[in-house]
Design a protein around this ligand. Structure first.
Ligand code: SAM
Length: 294
């Protein structure tokens, strides 16, 4: 196994009709490398992990909210054992819906019922389950989590970046995706299709205390930045005013920038920037515009 894997031929096991199923060959490589004694898959889908473990003679438990695999809820139900390897392949929010589509009726406990508009709630549940799964890992055991990035309406939702990283990070494997439904869509060159997933591997080195890295979203507000050049401040202010403005409005807007506060004659400085920098042009007397990027 290397840090980039690709399995154009899916291999034997599980069911390739079960949407979002993974290649048995990935699991064969993973288990072949780490040689686990007992494997758990809490969201086994079409049973790929079960089939691979049978083939390799590895003791295992596989469960899923799908009644075919126990109707077991990873959020509330107890994990049945202790394992030295957990393979976890959760839904990617509602990109592929499971309950009501792949099995049974829509079930609110199903992570794929959480719409992308509630992405923070989805990540919260992913983090909760991940933490819970660690309780059933033996010391030195590993969890391998297969996750993908989601692109919708021009925005990237990167699960591997947004979820907590619990335990000792050991490996990131990039897995090429093949035979996705999106392969049949013609995006007319307007969209870079995502054709990879991440297999994140973490180790449990301690029983009581584990490292945990949580991604926090914050924001940059250029108005609050003190270390901003006058040139940048004038451009950002003009951009914010729609690309053109009279000097009066521009002076007023720039008053709210921390970076411009200390100058003895800010209005003269604004005029100097406008007259000397090529990204600005005079539209009329006292009216300035921002050139389009050519
Ligand atoms: C991406 S699929 C797994 C595919 C599997 N690796 C395979 O090869 O077929 C995700 C699975 O998570 C299950 N699931 C969703 N929410 C769950 C929950 N709360 N508890 C347990 N399983 C859940 C879904 O039923 C679905 O089968």
């Amino acid at each position: 196994m290397k840090s980039v894997v690709s399995y154009p031929e899916r291999g034997e096991g599980g069911n390739n009709k079960y949407r979002g199923n993974c290649s048995p060959r990935l699991l064969e490589d993973l288990f072949g490398f780490y040689r686990p004694k007992k494997v758990f898959d809490p969201m086994c889908g079409s049973g790929t992990t079960h089939d691979v473990c049978l083939k390799l003679g590895i003791d295992h438990d596989v469960l899923d909210l799908n009644p075919q695999y126990g109707g077991w809820d990873a959020l509330r139900d107890e994990i049945p054992g202790v394992y030295d390897m957990i393979f976890w392949h959760p839904p990617y929010a509602d990109i592929i819906k499971y309950s009501g589509y792949m099995w049974g009726r829509p079930d609110q406990r199903d992570l794929s019922q959480i719409p992308l508009s509630k992405y923070p709630e989805f990540i919260k549940r992913i983090n909760f389950i991940q933490k819970k799964l660690f309780t059933s890992l033996s010391r030195g055991g590993r969890i391998a989590i297969l996750v993908g990035d989601i692109k919708k309406n021009g925005r990237l939702y990167s699960m591997q970046r947004d979820m907590a990283w619990i335990g000792t990070p050991e490996q990131v494997v990039i897995k090429a995706q093949h035979n996705c439904w999106s392969d049949q869509v013609n995006y007319s060159g307007k969209f870079i299709p995502i054709v990879h997933e991440y297999l994140l591997i973490f180790r449990k080195d301690d029983c009581i205390v584990l490292p945990c890295t949580v991604s926090v979203q914050t924001e940059i507000n250029w108005k609050k930045e003190e270390r901003l050049s006058w040139r940048t401040a004038v451009r950002l202010a003009l951009e914010g005013l729609g690309g053109k403005a009279d000097l009066h409005k521009l002076y007023k807007e720039l008053e709210s920038f921390a970076a411009t506060k200390k100058h003895s004659d800010p209005q003269a400085k604004v005029r100097q920037v406008l007259q000397t920098k090529p990204e600005f042009y005079s539209i009329d007397r006292g009216v300035w515009g921002l050139k389009q990027v050519a």
